[in-house]
Design a protein around this ligand. Structure first.
Ligand SMILES: Cc1cc2nc3c(=O)[nH]c(=O)nc-3n(C[C@H](O)[C@H](O)[C@H](O)COP(=O)(O)O)c2cc1C
Length: 385
């Protein structure tokens, strides 16, 4: 069924197809009974899928990676499709148009995408307002969610102040989660902000979004903002993360703080990141972003990729490289740091590979485009075996 729709969508330019399909879904979800049917078909319901990570109650461990809903415009629709969590953004302080179009391309022969979006987003103020509205319209405990949490062995709903029958890490009790779907805020810097001042952009986004997201991801790994990945170097990273960490700890209740890394880091850079994570008690890592490498493409796609030019590669050809980085990170952090694995997840088996390597949860993006709206349910069924 989805393959028919996909054939139609793939006739459109990639970014256009993205908004067309999400707006179609929005129209369907605006009709209450239709939304209920979609939700029933696509939302995993096994209580064993619920897990507490960073003190937050995730309804299932399959999330949507950053960049899909950059502006927090489609949360209800994504919730209806069953995602356990959605990472909005990358959000920058000021609105940005991003790079010239076209800037997103499909490589169907390799089930991949190349993008050079360049952090197009509505800016943190508008996105904050949208999230406030989402929060106001989202009852924290829909009866169905309560039932699910109780079935899973929680003695009380997970955001009722920490009275849980399951372990919440000490000091993190009462951290309000969204019982329906957890929202991560992926933050970045504006294109025109010099790297020396980047820490201020991250702080602006952190302060603005603090009350409206459940966790934060510091994105220093996108290949499409010139110079951004240089912020993965130890000193630059310490400046940004150290500052946010201090800000976070000065508050009565802190938010989980994660870092998103590129799959193209050197072993030394990975080692530095593990050290920093330990030094500032980072809550987790998202591994990984897209790659600038074209090495693992088939020869047909290599020709296509050459014509496309610059951009981050995602999907199937990223799987192996992101698995390798994940494995190394787990080794360096001695398996103690929660890792959200991203990169080339299409099927339950791919997610299982990541979990077996030591990931705590997974995120999809390109797989969602190629596999369609059943992806969350299918992965959840497989990992729940
Ligand atoms: C079109 C597109 C835009 C993206 N934008 C962002 C972004 O703004 N911020 C970010 O951290 N990652 C972004 N990503 C990276 C994804 O979140 C994900 O980490 C990456 O695509 C690897 O996963 P995948 O192979 O499942 O697609 C983007 C990916 C794509 C395909």
């Amino acid at each position: 069924m989805y393959s028919l729709l996909r054939n139609l969508l793939f006739k459109m330019e990639a970014e256009q197809a993205h908004y067309f399909s999400m707006n179609l879904l929005r129209a369907a979800c605006s009709i209450g009974p239709v939304r209920k049917i979609i939700s029933k078909c696509f939302t995993p319901s096994q209580p064993e899928l619920i897990r507490t990570v960073f003190g937050l109650p995730f309804r299932n461990p399959v999330g949507l990676g950053a960049g899909f809903d950059k502006n927090a415009s489609y949360l209800r629709e994504l919730e209806t499709l069953g995602f356990g969590f959605v990472e909005i953004g990358t959000v920058t302080p000021l609105p940005q148009a991003g790079n010239e179009k076209p800037r997103s391309f499909r490589l169907p022969a390799d089930k991949a995408l190349i993008n050079r979006m360049g952090f197009n987003n509505d800016g943190v103020k508008v996105i904050r307002e949208r999230l406030e509205e989402w929060k106001a319209n989202t009852t924290p405990h829909p009866p169905s969610a309560d039932k699910l949490y109780r079935k899973a062995g929680f003695v009380a709903p997970p955001d009722s102040g920490g009275e849980l029958g399951r372990s919440l890490p000490a000091g993190r009790q009462g951290n309000r989660g969204n019982a329906r779907m957890i929202i991560g805020g992926n933050i970045g810097k504006n294109k025109n902000t010099p790297n020396e001042e980047a820490w201020k952009d991250y702080e602006i986004c952190f302060n603005e979004l603090f009350d409206v997201v459940d966790y934060f991801v510091v994105n220093v790994s996108s290949p499409n903002t010139p110079g951004l990945r240089a912020l993965q170097d130890k000193d630059a990273l310490l400046k940004i993360l150290g500052n946010l960490n201090q800000n976070n700890r000065s508050r009565p209740e802190r938010k989980p703080l994660l870092l998103k890394i590129a799959p193209d880091l050197t072993p030394e850079q990975l080692k530095d990141i593990a050290e920093i994570a330990d030094e500032i008690n980072l809550d987790g890592i998202v591994s990984s972003n897209t790659t600038i490498s074209r090495e693992r493409l088939s020869s047909a796609s290599k020709v296509q990729a050459e014509k496309i030019g610059m951009g981050g590669l995602s999907g199937k050809p990223l799987k192996e490289a992101s698995d390798e980085v994940l494995q190394e990170l787990v080794r360096l952090t001695k398996g103690k740091l929660p890792i959200i694995a991203s990169g080339g997840i299409f099927k339950g088996e791919d997610a299982k590979d990541k979990l077996n390597l030591g990931a705590t949860m997974v995120q999809v993006w390109t797989g969602f485009i190629y596999e369609g709206p059943t992806i969350v349910n299918k992965i959840c069924k497989k990992i729940n075996l």
